[in-house]
Design a protein around this ligand. Structure first.
Ligand SMILES: CC(C)(COP(=O)(O)OP(=O)(O)OC[C@H]1O[C@@H](n2cnc3c(N)ncnc32)[C@H](O)[C@@H]1OP(=O)(O)O)[C@@H](O)C(=O)NCCC(=O)NCCS
Length: 180
């Protein structure tokens, strides 16, 4: 499955110095993660969560930046999708199927690739995966302080359905769901 991203401009030679060509948008490709991708997804999560130092609790950051060995155990029971543009992994999401419902976990987009539809494409992949597996609903959570994630889920048609207080390392967490 794939999706188109935003337009990127590049200079191309050997045209005159003033002449610039507009390259075709680099396609965004969303695919199931394989074991070969483990080092890349660990590097992605490190880029994402390191950017939140020192605001977020250090235990939270440590837990959300898995080593390759830790991530391999995350993959048991969770199907991950990675978004790539021009070969670089720019986002990822996990889908945990349980008791007829699908939970979105570990959604993250590279800071350099935000507001280009990456999370939208990943969440669409999660929705397709949930439907394909006959889930009746899909749900997600997001730290209360992450207004962008809340806007994303609401933008995509999720309903806000509750809050867990002091849930992740003393952080409040908002809950979102969609019936399928
Ligand atoms: C939240 C996050 C996943 C969004 O990823 P993204 O690729 O930038 O999101 P998209 O470009 O697909 O956004 C789709 C829509 O969601 C909404 N949205 C996304 N980020 C937003 C933000 N920071 N503020 C307001 N609205 C936002 C917008 O409606 C956006 O559409 P638009 O760009 O046409 O206005 C990303 O900012 C991120 O990784 N944040 C840190 C980790 C995180 O919050 N994870 C979520 C679960 S804990």
């Amino acid at each position: 499955m794939g999706a188109q991203g935003s337009t990127e401009r590049v200079e191309e030679g050997p045209a005159s110095a003033n002449q610039k060509a507009v390259a075709a948008p680099k396609p965004l490709v969303v695919e199931r993660l394989t074991h070969q991708d483990v080092p890349n997804i660990c590097a992605l999560y490190k880029r994402v969560w390191d950017a939140f130092r020192p605001e977020l609790p250090s235990d939270l950051i440590k837990a959300w930046e898995p080593t390759p060995l830790e991530f391999t155990s995350w993959m048991e029971g969770v199907t991950y999708f990675a978004a790539r543009r021009d070969g670089k992994m720019v986002g990822a999401v996990g889908c945990e199927l349980s008791e007829g419902s699908c939970r979105i976990v570990h959604l993250a987009v590279d800071p350099d690739s935000r507001r280009q539809g990456v999370a939208r494409a990943l969440t669409t992949a999660a929705l397709e995966w949930a439907r394909h597996n006959n889930s009746h609903s899909i749900w997600a959570d997001a730290l209360e302080r992450f207004g962008g994630a809340a806007e994303l889920f609401k933008h995509l048609g999720f309903a806000e359905c509750g809050i867990f207080h002091k849930h992740y390392w003393n952080e409040d967490v908002r809950l979102f769901e969609m019936m399928l």
